[in-house]
Design a protein around this ligand. Structure first.
Ligand code: HEC
Length: 164
């Protein structure tokens, strides 16, 4: 290849490279032009006459929850296993691993009651769920930490700690 050809090819390559990075070839934008939501765009409103499958749960306090909510998650070994893991992360710090109110934070905060007592066994699943969701008089809400299904898993696990 002659020296001139080399120079011409080099110049062409440089120009291609520069324009390519400066403005982008049409195909460079292919992935950008798609119907997905872009940053700062409003979320799409759901189609009419549909309900969200995993949407926001209706707000209700624990007395309403106690009456209206039925536990949709059967206490399978899998659910109990998930509940156990989540209880250890989000509840045991105050309530203790066995829910008897002896967690490490209990000494610095308000000691929580022993949840294996008859009083708490008598509570409905919905009430326990409502307590996890909204918190109690002093207990902080755990709704940010646990999805609805996870809350039911924790309820199931708490039941297993309470015994038959
Ligand atoms: C920061 C400490 C803290 C954490 C974390 C916490 N609790 Fe509590 N919980 C308390 C205290 C204190 C009480 C008693 C006072 C009250 O009801 O607010 C309580 C009360 C309860 C009660 C009794 C409600 C009643 O009156 O029948 C239940 C059930 C309960 N907690 C479950 C849970 C579960 C399940 C978790 C984890 C998902 C959890 N708590 C996380 C501190 C905590």
């Amino acid at each position: 290849m002659s020296g001139l050809n080399r120079i011409i090819i080099s110049i062409v390559l440089v120009i291609l490279g520069l324009t390519g990075s400066a403005m982008g070839w049409p195909w460079n934008q292919d992935m950008v032009d798609q119907p997905s939501l872009k940053p700062q765009e409003r979320p799409l409103s759901p189609p009419p006459n549909t309900v969200p499958v995993q949407g926001k749960a209706p707000q209700m306090n624990r007395l309403e929850a106690a009456e209206k909510l039925r536990n949709p998650v059967p206490p399978t070994p899998e659910s109990l296993e998930r509940g156990k893991r989540l209880f250890a992360i989000y509840c045991a710090l105050c309530h203790g691993k066995d829910a008897r109110g002896n967690g490490p934070v209990a000494k610095k905060f308000v000691p929580p009651p022993n949840l294996t007592l008859e009083l708490f066994k008598q509570r409905t699943d919905g009430y326990l769920y409502g307590t996890i969701t909204n918190g109690g008089a002093l207990m902080p809400s755990q709704a940010e930490n646990l999805s609805p299904t996870e809350r039911w898993d924790v309820v199931n696990y708490l039941r297993s700690l309470q015994g038959p």
